[in-house]
Ligand binder design. Structure first.
Ligand code: SR1
Ligand code: MG
Length: 401
């Protein structure tokens, strides 16, 4: 079957053949994709109260249009990653129901009873169980797909299934390159431009550090990463956390996933400076965000080490001191990646609604400068922090609550 683009009617016709709905079901489909790349349909049988999500890759970047072609093979990486998540962290990922690599589509569990975590966070929702959940997601995916656990031959074969060249190139460009010069693809608030031209783009020392992080991202194939673990890739409810959208999956530095989620929490932390909300509410929410960051990191750290102590296979990784330096490097790199992902969301191609929700462009630019300055300081000081408590204390000292 060769590729054709779905619409609501074609999506219904397609799922009828999957055996998921009864043959007589009256199905309704709605295209709800609001991400940067794909089509997403929710298909429902109202009567039976059953639904699924059908996601299809478009042969171009949706937010830009046909002028930026992109291979639809990214669905293969997403489906491969989801199959692994369904085994390693089944509670924290949508169930994969069906895949069709020729049509570049996957069908999965409908999670629309949950809210996108990013939208929840801009409404100041607290997700009390999130650190427990995401730390398990991180510790299990990053440990059990690494050479610490896997047979080296099997690991290399698995890594060969994740040579995700096109989406890695997007990250290499949009996260680690474009924000450091006046790249055509950047999406710049005009009120921020003078700061970028007069200050930010003159920081050669910062571009150097971003380049080191870029080459770590490109060359350090430690573990299977989600690859795009921001708060827009997570559904969160009271008791549920589901990580989806794994099309950026590849074998890279474990610290990238850890740093990306922390960076997105910090973007939200800074975003409240531009908003007209009661200061006590803001302080309370900021405290919650910083506590969450500490919990996410420390729980991840503990669970990763528990996995290591219980299940590490290779004798070399049991050599005295090896674990300590591995974990230390992971922490330092995570803080570096955290800073880099904060910077890219201010004036790179893709932004976060947390800050872009500030309508007044002048106010927004002031908040964006705070994000940039914090991102820079985290990158530049990453080697100096001893632990995550020091990082959040540094954030508080620099920005206040
Ligand atoms: C062109 S894709 C832009 C961004 O959207 C995704 O969420 C990734 O973060 C990517 O960098
Ligand atoms: Mg996405």
């Amino acid at each position: 079957m060769s590729y054709y683009q779905m619409n609501e009617k074609l999506a219904i016709d397609y799922v009828k053949g999957l055996g998921f709905f009864s043959e007589t079901a009256r199905l309704v489909a709605r295209e709800v994709g609001d991400g940067n790349l794909n089509l997403v349909f929710i298909i429902r049988d109202e009567e039976a109260q059953r639904s699924l999500v059908l996601k299809q890759a478009l042969p171009y970047v949706r937010v830009v249009g046909e002028g930026w072609p992109l291979s639809v093979e990214r669905t293969i990486f997403e489906a491969n990653a989801l199959e692994i998540h369904n085994k390693l962290v089944a509670d924290y990922a949508p169930k994969l129901i069906h895949r069709n690599d020729q049509l570049a589509l996957i069908a999965m569990e409908d999670l629309s009873h949950l809210q996108l975590m990013r939208y929840g966070m801009i409404e100041m929702k607290k997700h009390a169980n999130f650190p427990q959940h995401i730390s398990t997601f991180l510790a299990n995916t990053l440990f059990y797909t690494s050479d610490l656990y896997m047979d080296p031959e099997e690991k290399k074969k698995l890594a060969a299934k994740f040579v995700n060249t096109q989406l890695c190139k997007i990250s290499e460009d949009l996260i680690f390159t474009d924000p450091y010069y006046d790249a055509e693809r950047n999406n710049i608030n005009p009120e921020l431009r003078p700061y970028l031209e007069e200050v930010f783009w003159k920081k050669d020392y910062l571009w150097l550090e971003a380049s080191k992080l870029k080459y770590k991202f490109m060359t350090e194939g430690q573990s299977l990463l989600h690859g795009d673990l921001h708060t827009g890739s997570i559904f969160a409810g009271e008791d549920e956390t589901k990580v989806f959208d794994s099309e950026f999956a590849f074998f890279g530095p474990a610290a990238f996933d850890v740093g990306k989620i922390i960076g997105n929490f910090l973007i939200n932390y800074v975003s409240w400076w531009g908003k007209d909300v009661d200061i006590n509410q803001i302080k309370d929410y900021r405290e919650y965000l910083l506590n969450s960051i500490v919990d996410i990191y420390n729980l991840f750290h503990k669970k990763f080490i528990d996995n290591w102590e219980r299940d590490a296979q290779d004798i070399s990784v049991k050599v005295e001191g090896y674990q300590q330096q591995y974990i230390r490097r992971l922490f330092v790199d995570a803080i570096g990646f955290c800073g880099a992902v904060m910077i890219r969301r201010t004036h790179g191609l893709a932004h976060n609604i947390d800050v872009d929700g500030i309508e007044d462009l002048k106010k927004r630019s002031k908040t964006q400068i705070r994000v940039l300055e914090l991102g820079e300081k985290l990158i530049m000081n990453r080697e100096a922090f001893k632990n995550i408590e020091e990082v959040v204390a540094f954030v508080k000292d620099n920005l206040g609550l």
